[in-house]
Design a binder for this molecule. Structure first.
Ligand SMILES: [Zn+2]
Ligand SMILES: [Zn+2]
Length: 310
């Protein structure tokens, strides 16, 4: 993976360090930094002078441990090393410009771009929290198990519906990210309570028990999937309308965390009977995942036992 830092970011972070706003920067070093810059001013050729400034800034960017800080955050996500051609860090001027993006060029190479305000470098701990959160977005985007796609739900939605879907999707994804980071004892941008209250505001139309269960299933998700997040972001009201178990709860038949429950009303009584034959304690109210219901449905049609052990 190639590493790139834009000159503007390097310069502003180095000046922040030299202003004494960053911990671990000795005053003697700050004097040396300024003395080197003074000497560069005396270079007559403007291009050579700029190159000299750039060299000095890069050297101190390394010396003051800034580069190392970004490298160690990247190293926490080994999948990036394998799947991303280049990681670039650039300056963001405003908070809402900050964040990570993944671009794919014409040659199919993936480039991760992280935009960050230079002020963040004054507090390395909160910088690390920010980087971890953003880099986990990128690492999800390249992980086959997450199954990321630019596709945001069904076509035919209006622009404002789509905006709401995007916001909900982002929140659900953020919850799974901060949950995973917190569970692995790594600092992140938002704690459990903060995400919980954001979720309560966005999903206030769900009853309290469902809200709690859906939030927990996302906060505790080990392997979240893009499709599940989109499903819940684009059509959350059907949760209220149905008596189905909550998304992410385990299917009573196969025990897998389930986001797509079979429609109980559509379940034929013969299918339910076939399930009960295999699972005597099972009742229709407990539900079944879409896949299990489909298997039993198909087996019934073929008059075959649903599970054949070889
Ligand atoms: Zn996020
Ligand atoms: Zn199942």
């Amino acid at each position: 993976m190639q590493l790139l830092f834009d000159d503007e970011l390097i310069e502003s972070v180095v000046f922040l360090c030299a202003s004494g706003k960053s911990p671990g920067v000795a005053s003697l070093q700050i004097r040396r930094f300024h003395a080197e810059r003074e000497r560069a001013y005396s270079v007559l050729d403007p291009d050579e002078r700029n190159a000299a400034f750039s060299r000095i800034h890069r050297a101190w960017f390394r010396e003051w441990g800034v580069e190392q800080c970004l490298l160690s955050a990247l190293a926490e996500f080994p999948i990036l090393e394998k799947s991303v051609h280049a990681a670039a860090f650039r300056t963001a001027r405003r908070k809402n410009e900050e964040g990570a993006e993944l671009y794919v060029n014409a040659a199919g190479e993936r480039h991760a771009i992280v935009a960050v305000r230079s002020e963040r470098f004054a507090d390395r701990q909160s910088l690390l929290a920010f980087l971890r959160h953003e880099l986990m977005h990128v690492s999800d985007m390249v992980a086959p198990a997450f199954g990321y796609s630019r596709e945001m739900g069904e076509a035919g939605q209006t622009a404002s519906q789509l905006r709401v879907v995007r916001e909900r999707y982002r929140l659900l994804w953020d919850i799974t990210i901060d949950g995973r980071l917190t569970r692995s004892n790594r600092c992140t941008v938002a704690a459990f309570e903060e995400r919980r209250s954001e979720f309560d505001r966005a999903y206030g139309f769900l009853d309290a028990a469902k809200r709690s269960a859906v939030f927990d299933s996302h906060w505790n998700a080990v392997q979240p999937r893009h499709r599940d997040l989109i499903l819940l972001a684009s059509d959350p009201r059907r949760l209220n309308a149905s008596n189905l178990p909550v998304p992410g709860a385990p299917c009573p038949l196969c025990d897998f965390a389930t986001f797509e429950w079979a429609e109980l009303r559509a379940l034929k009584s013969e299918t339910a009977n076939a399930i009960q034959k295999d699972f005597p304690g099972w009742t229709v109210e407990q539900g079944a995942c879409f896949r299990c219901a489909e298997i039993y449905e198909a087996a019934r049609g073929l008059e075959l036992p649903p599970t054949v052990c070889l």
